[in-house]
Design a protein around this ligand. Structure first.
Ligand SMILES: *Cc1c(COP(=O)(O)O)cnc(C)c1O
Ligand SMILES: [Zn+2]
Length: 418
């Protein structure tokens, strides 16, 4: 393992990666910690050439860049290795030169969160913690429960009672202890933190656990490798707590530090207008460390956050790469579900569709010669997670089934939708 320590993203204080070390003592919860590595040593064991001959297509092909000891991986599910799909159709619709979609709905529990939970479970095993807990809007919990299923580790999950029913069903099916908490995601987080303090369980919470982002960053490493280590110009990510966008930034920084790419892509963060803490802070030039929490309300449940827990890393991802924050309405998000599905075959849940809506909006404002250039959109989770929202999107698109009564004339005048 090449982890050398943990650094506070607010005060730069350094910590040793000991068990139960989560956030900075001085800064409290806003002081999220960032994993530091011995990059010269990493470059001696892995590079694009060795990766090219590595038959392991899962996220663990980047093990030297993940803070997990060899042999401590717990789950037998295969996480990572999701397809990067080129869509010329969507590119020409949006007016961008080249468009790629990273389909994280193809993960074993159907969202990008599997990358984070895989690392958290391995860390819990390294620390010999039998119980691991998280609060979640649904996907982080499903990832934890799914990857813990069939292992000796117990998962205790706190989700808002308003979570989409497919997500709750998935958790229960995986055999986790599920607590449906009255209130929103932030209420679930508070209760989960209380459980950690009371019972000493391993804490997977986003923005608290310093290692989960190190799993999420593997999506960026995969994108770069799938593009032949030629950096795209822009990456679009939907943002709630800000952990995915922070992870994407970290993966890109790792690759740049190691000389695997020669420039940093711009990172675009997309938020729902009902949950736009970071976008607001950016346009009002507010400090995310001191900005007060908002009252988030959005149909895109996976990106609903009153106070994004990884706000410091998230803001840095956009500002340090010359990216932008983009706000889209829930109506646009819902419309985007059938729109993207019909054009790419990738089927996004609302939070994932938000990233496409953000690209559509940004591309309209970048109508230069080359526009945004070569763009990647991360489709973070599957539409099967929240079928009611997919149906709400279909209502808006006007797509509907033909109702047919079987009989000799049933197929007369059948009209194709395309
Ligand atoms: C968690 C999640 C997000 C947002 O990630 P954050 O780290 O909370 O910003 C986006 N889309 C999906 C599908 C998610 O599950
Ligand atoms: Zn600090």
């Amino acid at each position: 393992m090449f982890l050398t320590g943990l650094g506070c993203t607010v005060c730069q204080g350094e910590y040793r990666p000991e068990p139960s070390r989560y956030v900075c003592d001085r800064c409290g919860e806003v002081g999220t910690l960032d994993a530091r590595y011995d990059y010269p040593a990493i470059s001696r064991v892995v590079d694009p050439d060795t990766l090219a001959t590595n038959p392991d297509n899962s996220m663990w092909r980047y093990l030297p860049l993940i803070p997990v000891e060899e042999g401590t991986r717990v789950s037998s599910l295969v996480v990572g290795g999701t397809p990067l799909i080129r869509s010329d159709r969507l590119a020409s619709d949006f007016g961008v030169r080249e468009l790629w979609v990273k389909d994280e709905g193809r993960q074993p529990t159907a969202s990008l969160k599997d990358r984070a939970s895989a690392v958290a479970l391995a860390r819990a095993a390294m620390e010999k913690a039998p119980v691991i807990t998280t609060a979640s809007t649904g996907n982080a919990a499903a990832a934890l429960a799914g990857l813990a299923s069939g292992t000796g580790q117990s998962a205790v999950i706190f989700v808002p009672e308003s979570a989409p029913e497919a997500k709750v069903a998935q958790l229960l099916a995986y055999g986790a202890t599920v607590c449906l908490v009255e209130g929103n995601y932030d209420s679930a987080v508070r209760l989960c933190q209380e459980a950690v303090a009371r019972f000493g369980w391993y804490n997977r919470n986003t923005g608290i656990n310093p290692y989960v982002g190190e799993g999420k960053k593997t999506v960026a490493l995969e994108i770069l490798e799938q593009l032949g280590w030629s950096a795209p110009d822009a990456i679009f990510v939907s943002v709630g707590d800000g952990s995915i966008i922070g992870g994407v930034h970290k993966g890109l920084k790792d690759a740049l530090t190691l000389g695997w790419i020669d420039r940093m892509p711009r990172i675009f963060g997309v938020q729902s207008s009902g949950s736009a803490f970071l976008a607001q802070a950016w346009s009002d030039q507010e400090d995310v460390v001191t900005k007060k929490s908002i009252a988030a309300q959005t149909r895109a449940d996976s990106i609903s956050a009153d106070l994004p827990r990884d706000r410091v890393k998230a803001m840095a991802a956009v500002t340090e790469t010359g990216g932008e924050w983009i706000v889209v309405t829930d109506d646009r998000i819902l419309e985007m579900i059938p729109y993207v599905s019909a054009r790419t075959g990738v089927f996004p849940e609302p939070a994932a569709a938000a990233a496409f809506a953000g690209l559509a909006k940004a591309a309209a404002g970048f109508s230069g010669m080359d526009g945004l250039g070569r763009v990647v959109v991360i489709s973070t989770g599957s539409g099967l997670k929240d079928i009611k929202s997919v149906m709400a999107g279909l209502d808006r698109s006007g797509a509907e089934a033909l109702h047919i009564k079987p009989g000799p004339t049933a197929l007369d005048g059948l009209e194709l939708s395309k």
